[in-house]
Design a protein around this ligand. Structure first.
Ligand SMILES: C[S@@+](CC[C@H](N)C(=O)[O-])C[C@H]1O[C@@H](n2cnc3c(N)ncnc32)[C@H](O)[C@@H]1O
Length: 240
């Protein structure tokens, strides 16, 4: 069951600064940043070696990812896109696109153009294979690129599943998005930017596929949404 909570509602006590949320998300933070999720790579179908027709060689980046690949469970992907209120003409960017599930879902469900960027060539190959098998090549572009070197201004919706400090590092780029653009982040906040909405949901393992679960367990997920220009959260920025 899902439950939407707005910044104004009592449930907004579960903000990034809430001890309860911090406690809940630490194991995931540790897994993501320490690379213990490496075993999950094997879960992803396709592997490397898929054709890369959409990759532009000039965009190739050769350095380690800032965070390991952990897929967003499919029900959370769907909710992120729903909360982003995607409409015709929107352009979706997924920064660190992993296996491409977010951009493929955006194209298939909403018929919008979507761009996935990942620094890891294996992820790029998986995304391209995903795009191809879902027949959305006309809508989805996958590029191998370092997200911190991208000009994001063409995007009207940006999706993130990175780490809190990486979200903060992206702020100078995200600030340049057109007014009204939406940013949705799985599990991690963006210190100093007040979300307009914080949504928590549990992905039940009952009857769920491996893709549904992403991480292989039924835990609670949090989705943060901001609309550009976002309201500054000076208290949060000062406390951290
Ligand atoms: C936690 S996964 C999220 C994947 C996908 N967005 C999702 O939600 O299912 C983070 C992804 O970011 C990529 N990544 C990490 N650092 C990056 C960087 N500097 N530039 C581009 N991609 C990066 C990783 O390779 C990984 O695929």
């Amino acid at each position: 069951m899902t439950k939407a909570t707005s910044a104004e509602s009592p449930d907004h006590r579960f903000t990034s600064r809430s001890p309860r949320l911090r406690r809940r998300r630490w194991p995931w933070l540790l897994l993501l940043s320490a690379g213990l999720g490496v075993g999950l790579w094997a879960q992803v179908p396709g592997g490397s070696g898929a054709a890369a027709p959409l990759l532009e060689p000039s965009d190739k980046e050769k350095r380690e990812p800032d965070v390991v690949f952990v897929p967003t469970p499919q029900p959370v992907v769907e909710k992120m896109l729903e909360l982003a209120e995607i409409k015709p003409g929107d352009i979706v960017y997924d920064l660190g696109c992993g296996d491409g599930r977010i951009v493929v879902t955006a194209a298939k469900k909403y018929g919008v153009k979507a761009y996935g960027f990942d620094i890891d060539p294996k992820r790029v190959a998986e995304s391209l294979a995903n795009v191809k098998s879902n027949k959305v090549e006309h809508l989805v572009t996958i590029k191998q690129a370092d997200i911190f070197k991208l000009d994001l201004r063409e995007a009207t919706v940006v999706t993130l599943y990175l780490l809190p400090e990486l979200n903060v590092r992206l702020m100078p780029q995200l600030e340049k998005l057109k007014p009204g653009s939406r940013i949705v982040s799985h599990d991690f906040d963006m210190r100093g930017a007040k979300p307009v909405l914080v949504h928590r949901m549990k992905v039940s393992s009952r009857g769920a596929t491996a893709e549904d679960l992403g991480y292989g367990s039924d835990r609670e997920h949090t989705i943060y949404k901001w609309v550009v220009p976002w309201e500054r959260d000076t208290a949060a920025a000062a406390n951290n």
